[in-house]
Design a protein around this ligand. Sequence first.
Ligand code: C2E
Ligand code: CA
Ligand code: CA
Ligand code: CA
Length: 280
Amino acid sequence: AKNKGKNCYQAYESSMATRIAEEYTVQEDLRDAIQDGELVVYYQPKYSTRDRQLTGAEALVRWEHPDKGMIPPDQFIGIAERSGLINDLESWVLDSVCAQIRRWLDMGLEVPPISVNLSAIRIHNEDLPERTQACLDKHGVAASYLMFEITESLAVREILRAVEALKRFSAMGVRVALDDFGTGHSSLSYLRQLPIQQLKIDRSFIKDLGACDGDHVEIVRSIIGLAHALRLRVVAEGVETEQQMAFLDSLDCDEVQGFLMGRPVPAAAFGEVVAQQSGR
Ligand code: C2E
Ligand code: CA
Ligand code: CA
Ligand code: CA
């Protein structure tokens, strides 16, 4: 038994080594990818639940790897965070989004607010508000076109530390959404202290809405009630069926995002969604 334990340990050690080596390779690859323009931003539309009007979009990064094809963000955001590359990556995303908003505006489109994900690690960057303002100015884009999403799965302490930064975004006119709501350590007392305008209910609560054994209805109902009491707009994530849509409408959820209404698409395709909506 002792011997077996040792073998297991060796196997563990070598798989650790492999993982570390792999992580390092991806890290080096990603560093080049940011510089070589292999990252692209997709846009997923958001709609009002009641009348299905376009209300905004979320910018989601993808990596178009020359050999491996399209790599989803879940496979490289963590590595970017652990290696510090997240700063360059998200600066690139923000710049790309602002440049794209400018192009849409120049085309005469009625551009809705575009939400950009902000890594927990970057919220504490002292100069993030200034850098964001500089990026908006560079492209001549008003702050009201931009929104940030911060994840709720942060520790409460982390979120509270971010309050100062969030207040500066508010002062600039950039709105903030609390993402993945319900997965973290939600509590009324801290939610009240956050200068945010929108709350996004995590996909895991939406999944079984409308199913006969669905047990998340009451949770979703109370999240919406709580959010409205705090005068926040509520967005449901991961809406895939008309049944879920009907449920969310009956629960008074403000906005929906999901494959039913629209998958994330390249900028050109989203531009067409906007053009259609503006009736042009
Ligand atoms: P998220 O912020 O929760 O983004 C929503 C994710 O749900 C997206 O996955 C989207 O494609 C997916 N989704 C939307 N509607 C549906 C649906 O109806 N059904 C299902 N099954 N999925 C749906 P994606 O694009 O793969 O992004 C995954 C995560 O990567 C994002 O989760 C976000 O946390 C992260 N991410 C993406 N871009 C960035 C970025 O620029 N910075 C940071 N820090 N994270 C990013
Ligand atoms: Ca998000
Ligand atoms: Ca989310
Ligand atoms: Ca998520």
